[in-house]
Design a protein around this ligand. Structure first.
Ligand code: AMP
Ligand code: GLY
Length: 426
């Protein structure tokens, strides 16, 4: 098989690393990729990721399967075009990717099909939104309905704060058109976890669970980032809870999409809040998570090329359970100082050859500069380690974090601690 992965982050390097383990894989391509993907795949530069050029490239190179990493091209209909051309693609069509592209749509879907989520209302009218926020009489979340690069969900402690946020989204257009419609929803309390299920349109299979660390500072403080670290499995999701999540959330979500004539094919990423009343959906994403992918794929003990191809061709069979390793995996993100605000690029990365046994380095914001690998993004690298316990995987990643260096390197010191504590409790 020749496989092309579209994207350039840690998620894509991670997908390629797992595909590279498959005996069926003959050649890998990445569009546009980073310094790490260039080690195992041919990085392709098609400037601007234009769909016509992409289709032409796939045909010329006889690529058997294209895996689309990020949400934007999926929402823009790239998978639809592949389907029209009779080419195999992993990722939902645009009408199914709407589950991430419109939070208003996804909230209405959950309400209609009784999928547990926070109470909410959608608004296109600013004045109506403001008066609803006033009536809430508690803290709340205000969300731009469209795509906002992970920055579109804002916490409001009271109606005055809500007014400011609504004004910035709906009047000042901080997120452009993404803020034309907003969701106002109640604040949920509990612990967050991520679950991923791959569907071929008929059946789905559940991948390992994970937990992310969204905030920039230790103790989950400071502004949200794309994710500063992750681990798998999520200890909070025990077998009993997973069963409940499947029955109340995963299965009904795919069924709901089918009923709406938006059959979902690809990976559905469900962000969950495990509340005292049970698991509830925070949001859906139409793609793999980053940095969750960096830990769930190593834990998956199967052939990723086979899984993604069968999903693309609708060849799953009923009641198949994916094999998983019993180990724990942790990903520690090394970021550029200043991220998620502004940061410098172009710093030389040293020590990339100091890879310890049981660990690997996943590239995110890196690129080649002559013989050097230099920083080129906010999240630069992910150090992924295996351990027989979560603590062991944490210790391995942190040891390696000291051996890899670049100017203004920043990372959190508490990745995994919440999970380690939970193992301590049980
Ligand atoms: P979203 O973009 O909807 O995934 O929200 C981003 C982050 O905001 C989530 O990962 C949560 O940490 C937080 N969040 C969003 N909605 C809620 C909610 N209703 N209650 C508590 N936390 C939330
Ligand atoms: N790690 C969260 C995301 O990929 O959206």
């Amino acid at each position: 098989m020749k496989i092309l992965v579209v994207g350039s982050g840690g998620r894509e390097h991670s997908i390629l690393s797992k595909l590279n383990e498959s005996e069926a894989v003959e050649k890998l391509f990445c569009l546009p990729g980073n310094a790490g993907t260039g080690e195992i795949a041919e990085n392709v530069d098609l400037s601007n990721l234009e769909i016509d050029k992409l289709i032409e490239f796939v045909k010329i190179k006889n690529i058997d399967l294209t895996v689309i990493g990020p949400e934007q091209p999926l929402i823009d209909g790239y998978a639809d075009r592949f389907k029209k051309e009779g080419l195999n693609v992993f990722g939902p069509e645009s009408k199914a990717a709407l589950i991430e592209g419109s939070k208003a749509f996804s909230k209405d879907l959950m309400q209609k099909y009784n999928i547990p989520t926070a109470k909410y209302q959608n608004f296109v009218d600013f004045d109506k939104a403001v008066s609803f926020a006033k009536e809430m009489n508690s803290d709340m979340w205000i969300k731009a309905s469209g795509l906002a690069a992970g920055k579109g969900a804002v916490y409001a402690s009271d109606p005055d704060k809500a007014y400011e946020i609504l004004k910035s989204m709906m009047v000042d257009k901080e997120f452009g058109e993404a803020g034309n419609e907003v969701v106002i929803e109640e604040n949920m309390t509990g612990e967050e976890a991520s679950i991923f299920a791959v569907s071929d349109g008929n059946y789905y299979k559940v991948l390992p669970s994970a937990q992310d660390h969204k905030a920039i500072f230790d103790g989950d403080r400071g502004p949200n980032t794309g994710g500063m670290g992750s681990y798998s499995p999520a200890p909070i999701i025990n077998d009993e809870l997973l069963k409940e999540i499947e029955e109340k959330i995963i299965s009904p979500s795919f069924e709901a999409m089918k009923s709406e004539n938006r059959t979902y094919k690809g990976v559905l990423f469900i962000g969950l809040m495990i509340t005292p009343e049970g698991p509830k959906v925070i949001e859906y994403n139409c793609r793999f998570g980053d940095p969750e992918t960096q830990v769930i794929l190593p834990k998956f003990d199967g052939d990723l090329a086979d899984l993604l191809m069968k999903a693309a061709k609708s060849e799953f069979t009923k009641n198949e359970i994916l094999p998983m390793k019993s180990d724990h995996y942790l990903c520690l993100v090394l970021a550029s100082g200043g991220y998620p605000g502004s940061y410098a690029k172009g710093h030389v990365i040293e020590g990339l050859n100091n890879i310890e046994e049981n660990s690997s380095v996943i590239h995110a914001g890196t690129k080649k500069d002559g013989e050097n690998v230099v920083t080129s993004g906010g999240r630069v690298l992910g150090i992924v380690s295996q351990g027989s316990t979560l603590k062991e995987s944490k210790d391995r990643s942190y040891k390696m974090a000291e051996q890899i260096d670049f100017r203004d390197k920043y990372y959190r010191y508490d990745i995994g601690d919440k999970g380690i504590k939970r193992y301590g409790i049980e």
